[in-house]
Design a protein around this ligand. Structure first.
Ligand SMILES: Nc1nc2c(c(=O)[nH]1)N=C([C@H](O)[C@H](O)COP(=O)(O)OP(=O)(O)OP(=O)(O)O)CN2
Ligand code: ZN
Length: 160
């Protein structure tokens, strides 16, 4: 019986957000360079002579799939819950907005990303999202319910 192996690829993206109602400085509009660690788990391919022999997944395919499913959508966008006073101006002036409909904490963002990667069919093990060089949240794929993460939704969202 072949054993499973975890593989990890790291991505970065830059986004702005605002935590309305936060007691501290994060109630201001501000930005982060997020660092995203995606871990996939599976059995390395055993097909002799195949390009992917010995791979759980080719890192370059992983890069394409993760960028398509989440990174390119979030990069250089405003991460919107929907209750931010600046949102209407951003939309009306054509700025890139990710309409997420949940409070854009790093906890919720990590769950959202994990759910999107599961929906994309990746053999996800976990997602770790660094919001700053000193703060991260991590979620295991098995802890994301099939019907989606348990954050409170505010209005409609473009997540699906
Ligand atoms: N549990 C959470 N706490 C906070 C979140 C969050 O998503 N989850 N988010 C923020 C802010 O958006 C932002 O990330 C600021 O965080 P903080 O660590 O306080 O940032 P600093 O730049 O001050 O970090 P230092 O490295 O300590 O200078 C707030 N809290
Ligand atoms: Zn922040």
């Amino acid at each position: 019986m072949l054993n499973e192996v975890s593989v990890c690829k790291i991505f970065t993206f830059d986004s702005a957000h605002q935590l309305v109602g936060h007691k501290g400085k994060c109630s201001n509009l501000h930005g982060h360079t997020y660092k995203l660690e995606v871990v996939l788990k599976g059995r390395p391919l055993t097909t002799e002579g195949h390009s992917d022999e010995g791979f759980v997944i080719d890192f370059s395919d992983m890069k394409t799939l993760v960028k398509e499913a989440v990174v390119d959508r979030l990069d250089h966008s405003f991460l919107a819950m929907g209750n931010e006073p600046v949102l209407e101006t951003l939309v009306s002036t054509g700025s890139k907005v990710s309409h997420l409909s949940f409070r854009t904490t790093v906890e919720n963002m990590s769950c959202y990303i994990a759910y999107q990667l599961k929906l994309a069919g990746l053999p996800l093990y976990s997602v770790k999202l660094w919001e700053t060089p000193t703060a991260w949240a991590e979620v295991l794929a098995e802890d994301i319910p099939d019907e989606g993460p348990a954050y409170r939704l505010y209005g409609g969202c473009d997540c699906e």
